[in-house]
Ligand binder design. Structure first.
Ligand SMILES: [Mg+2]
Length: 259
């Protein structure tokens, strides 16, 4: 690859996979056909989900995957872990899965997700039942607790989340941080915006995220949802080699005020 002019580090659900079919197809085509774009998925999903996803027609293959809310890193071609980047995460987690599950076994409103966990434990939570005490217990035990989308309760190694892990990847690869665009839609994407990298909160972002990014000068709040919001931001930040309007948007006009 040429030196990348665009490094798109994007959340999946609601962001890269969000918005309507036409805008998704246009963005995927744009990313797939330029040889100066580097694609990084930054997601709460695990590697099995990603492996299925990249088999779907038209889906660009990412060069790297920051998975499991920043607690895993994979090569996009082989889907094998990037050992160098995972080592500090593994050390911080210290095989805590069973300990966390015991700690939270009788907490109200938490349902353990049926996902293989490596360096995290995740639950679905019921906002009406969740107790602040559960969050406090997690933090007192030395972990971080991340609530997002009024649904996900994630227990992570302290200091590890999407943003810090992405930053380590960018530094390790020697990429120009000026050329990075991060994209997201829920609170587990806030750490991406806190890196100071250029970012876009897509139009369907959860209200708590919209409130949290208010005043962050590096973050563009697009009114277009999902993939259309990413395309909007690529133009907004005038990334070199970026798309002309008609290359990335088919059918109807997209502006920063369009829905
Ligand atoms: Mg999302």
């Amino acid at each position: 690859m040429n030196r990348p002019n665009l490094i798109l580090a994007t959340d999946l659900d609601g962001t890269f996979l969000g918005g309507d079919e036409e805008h998704r197809a246009a963005l995927y085509h744009h990313i797939s056909t330029r040889d100066d774009a580097l694609l990084i998925f930054v997601t709460g999903r695990d590697i099995d989900f990603i492996a299925d996803l990249i088999r779907s027609p038209g889906m660009p293959r990412p060069h790297y995957i920051v998975g499991d809310i920043g607690t895993s890193v994979f090569h996009g071609q082989t889907l094998m872990p990037v050992a160098e980047l995972e080592a500090p995460i593994t050390a911080a987690w210290n095989d805590a899965g069973d300990r966390v599950k015991r700690l939270l076994a009788s907490e109200p409103g938490l349902v353990l997700q049926e996902t293989p966990f490596r360096h995290r434990v995740s639950y679905d939570y019921d906002p009406a039942l969740l107790s602040p005490r559960s969050v406090a217990k997690v933090e007192a035990a030395g972990f971080d607790c991340l609530l997002s989308a009024d649904r996900f309760f994630d227990v992570l190694p302290r200091g590890v989340s999407k943003g810090p892990t992405l930053l380590r990847l960018v530094e390790t690869l020697g990429l120009d941080s000026e050329n990075v665009l991060v994209a997201g839609d829920t609170m587990n994407d806030l750490s991406l915006f806190q890196t100071g990298l250029k970012g876009v909160a897509v139009g369907n972002s959860e209200p708590r995220l919209k409130a949290a990014i208010r005043g962050m000068k590096n973050v563009y709040s697009s009114s277009s949802p999902g993939a259309a919001g990413i395309a909007d931001a690529i133009r907004h930040f005038s990334f070199k080699g970026g798309p002309r309007h008609e290359q990335i948007v088919t059918g109807h006009r997209l502006s920063s005020t369009a829905q």
